[in-house]
Design a protein around this ligand. Structure first.
Ligand code: SF4
Length: 356
């Protein structure tokens, strides 16, 4: 496949393919795919790490809730160290806030049952991949009559973010390596607009090296054949229509709304909010809290990194003031964050002696 990719790329202009998913970013680094691609085929990372695209206001709000009496926050572990405008959940925890790590939103059912005098808030951060489990948790809580479990929702949808990127003149992309996990839920057909409306090649890829290469080869074949389509190179799990049962649960609990993305601002119809009939599980409607919007002043370039405009090593803080164990920006926190992946595996021009 590498030989074929090289043959098809020969003589072509510099090509930039965006991998949209943070798991792809890590797999590409881990398998050394960047190093074996021809010089004129560049892989850039996109906004595919849910923690990274969660904005400061959301973190500030979660911290504010954690500081209320009889509130307990339940979250995936990688949210703990994400910096808000002034602090992080980890800092709030060390100051006494009750914050529990969970591995699934469904773990919150037991937390709520074991702590009937507390309001349990699950930080529902993620894309279409994890949103159905959050929706299933709300349905389970409702069925069991649980009244002290709530969601602080920042669930996001990938296709509107891709549209946003394609309408941003600063973003230069010749094709998309589409997120396999998201595609499992929403289906390959949900990406058809890329070919019909934007005429841009795309390929859904799995996460093993050969699956990624197969998707990249498909992108080259489309460019060579002067055509744009959504190639499904992850057919073992991705169907055209997606996971119908998961989509049904999602639609039952959530409706589409505008959402704020770190680095991209408000994107129309790119988020999920709970339908009115589930409002009693929405902490922002049950116990609204005001936070002051603070614009952070530092040199973090997460916003441009997430749009593939600059690489992490273009950030003056990368590997110096900003490292995984004291991250300045969200992209350095999660294991799937672009900056964290560049730090761990190294990118071009990265001076390893500066790593520690
Ligand atoms: S290296 Fe750190 S400060 Fe720079 S863009 Fe990445 S997360 Fe932000």
């Amino acid at each position: 496949m590498v030989k074929k990719i090289s043959e098809l790329a020969a003589g072509k202009k510099h090509l930039r393919f965006m991998e949209v998913c943070g798991t792809h970013t890590v797999s590409i680094f881990r398998s050394g795919i960047r190093q074996i691609l021809p010089d004129n085929v560049e892989l850039v990372s996109g906004p595919g790490c849910p923690v990274c695209v969660t904005n400061d206001d959301y973190i500030d709000k979660a911290i504010a809730y954690s500081q209320q009496e009889n509130f307990m926050i339940a979250t995936f572990g990688d949210m703990l160290k994400v910096p808000g405008s002034r602090s992080s959940l980890s800092a709030a925890q060390s100051e006494g806030a009750e914050i529990k790590i969970v591995y699934s939103p469904l773990d919150c059912i037991k937390l709520a049952q074991d702590n009937p005098d507390k309001k349990i808030i699950f930080l529902a951060v993620g894309f279409e991949t994890t949103a159905p489990t959050a929706a299933a948790t709300v349905l389970a809580a409702k069925a069991q009559g649980i009244r002290n479990l709530f969601m602080l929702s920042a669930q996001k949808l990938v296709p509107p973010a891709l549209k946003f990127l394609l309408n941003d003149s600063a973003v230069k992309v010749d094709g998309f390596l589409l997120p396999g996990h998201v595609a499992v839920i929403i289906g390959a057909d949900a990406f058809n607009f890329l070919a019909t409306d934007f005429k841009i090649p795309s390929a859904i890829g799995g996460f093993e090296a050969e699956e990624i290469l197969s998707a990249l080869l498909s992108l080259l074949e489309q460019i060579d054949g002067n055509r744009a389509e959504v190639s499904n190179n992850y057919r073992s799990v991705v169907k055209a229509e997606g996971n119908v049962a998961a989509k049904k649960i999602l639609a039952q609990v959530y409706e589409v709304t505008d959402a704020e993305w770190r680095g991209m601002g408000k994107i129309s119809a790119s988020g999920l909010k709970m339908r009115d009939e589930f409002a009693t599980f929405d902490i922002e409607r049950v116990a609204p809290i005001d936070i002051e919007h603070v614009k952070k002043k530092n040199a973090c370039r997460c916003g441009e990194v997430l749009r593939g405009i600059v690489k992490p090593i273009d950030c003056p803080l990368f590997g110096k003031a900003c490292k995984p164990f004291h991250a300045v920006g969200a992209c350095m926190v999660s294991v799937e964050g672009v900056c964290a992946a560049w730090f761990k595996y190294g990118g071009s021009n990265f001076k390893w002696e500066e790593k520690f």
